[in-house]
Design a protein around this ligand. Structure first.
Ligand code: PLP
Length: 362
């Protein structure tokens, strides 16, 4: 979370000021979600997000709950029948580039007939299979991909154009760890979803952006609170939305606009990632195994060639105020997450520490 946002939320916690600066006598957590104060907070958050991400008018923005993992079920419950014969659960295709797309594929098998269109597992998930070779079934309702694999540190440099690949399937994108870090090309997207907690705000809010023509195809077993058409028809207020998380995310959206919007934040993210990857590539101690063209700007896994030094590296880092660098348990090593709120100075401090550590342990 950006420090400015936390300070503003602290200042407004007991008594929320409206746009004119008038106090309403209660904090956001105490408001009715249908009251005019919260309705204005929610509408402002949605409008700001739409402007920031340049979401076209024929897409709905939904504020939901359950996080990215719940969407792994909610997406097939809503979209698997999109192109299926009436009454049938349809077909869903997946491109596997790491742990998260794998999880999505496994979950969708409970609700649809799944198929792996392409996978980079053979490479140890260090690259993205060339879209020209994807085996998309002709009657697939959608193709799911994860635009940034948070654990393996693999990111799509651009989203594929399924139409150009000869497919009428909708493209579904898990952008949990990438949203708002760079512009999004909506021309190729049917639906994108992400938990808010990586780049947008606190945990508890899930953002879904869905093209309107994909609504209305939910399986009859789809829970009403997770039916996109129902959620959209009720302006994300079919049930009580995560009000405080929406308010906090709205403050982050305002902060992003003050930074100059997505183009400006992208330039910072490029500079941050370059600083770290260059330091890794220059060193004899550290390495990153991901193909250069699809290295993630948000999550940088790196490994020590001498794994016996891992514990020393982490304890020295913690002593220098550099926290949460331990890699995910499934891949080991280290991982630096460079989400929007991480300043370049934080990356420079990490690089300085890494170089000092290499000198003293070389
Ligand atoms: C973190 C993450 C998720 C899981 O989100 P939850 O909100 O914990 O369910 C899903 N996909 C990606 C790419 C993630 O990084």
């Amino acid at each position: 979370m950006p420090q400015d946002v936390l300070a503003q939320a602290a200042n407004e916690m007991l008594d929320w000021p409206d746009a004119g600066g008038g106090r309403c006598g209660m904090g956001v957590m105490e408001m009715s979600h249908r009251g005019k104060e919260f309705m204005s907070i929610c509408a402002h958050a949605e409008a700001t997000l739409r402007r920031l991400l340049a979401v076209p008018g024929h897409f709905k923005i939904l504020f939901m709950q359950g996080g990215g993992l719940a969407e792994n079920a909610i997406v097939p419950l809503n979209l698997s029948a999109l192109r299926a014969p009436k009454g049938e659960r349809g077909r869903t295709d997946f491109v596997l580039t790491g742990s998260w797309s794998q999880k999505s594929w496994q979950e969708a098998a409970k609700y649809s007939s799944t198929h792996v269109a392409a996978s980079s597992q053979d490479s140890g998930f260090t690259q993205i299979p060339d879209p020209a070779g994807w085996q998309i079934r002709p009657d697939a309702s959608y193709v799911h991909l994860c635009s940034n694999e948070t654990i393996h540190g693999v990111e799509y440099p651009a989203l594929p154009d399924l139409k150009a690949l000869g497919s009428d399937a909708a493209l579904v994108v898990d952008f949990s760890s990438q949203v708002a870090s760079r512009p999004m090309d909506w021309r190729h997207v049917g639906l994108a979803f992400g938990g808010a907690q990586k780049n947008l705000g606190p945990a508890g809010l899930t953002v879904v952006v869905v093209r309107e023509d994909l609504l209305g195809h939910a399986l009859d077993i789809c829970p009403s609170a997770f039916n996109y058409e129902t959620v959209a028809a009720n302006g994300s207020m079919y049930n009580t939305p995560p009000t405080y998380a929406i308010y906090m995310a709205g403050l982050v959206f305002d902060w992003l606009e003050r930074q100059g919007g997505i183009a400006a934040i992208e330039a910072q993210n490029i500079a941050k990632a370059q600083t770290l990857y260059e330091a890794i590539d220059r060193s004899d101690l550290y390495f990153n195994p991901v193909l250069a063209t699809c290295r993630s700007r948000m999550n940088v896994p790196f490994f020590l060639r001498n794994e016996a030094l891992n514990a020393d590296f982490l304890s020295g880092a913690a002593a220098a105020g550099l926290l949460q660098l331990k890699g995910h348990k499934s891949v080991g090593g280290m991982r630096a997450s460079l989400y929007n709120a991480m300043p370049l100075a934080g990356v420079q401090a990490l690089v300085a520490y890494m170089q000092a550590f290499e000198r003293s342990h070389g």
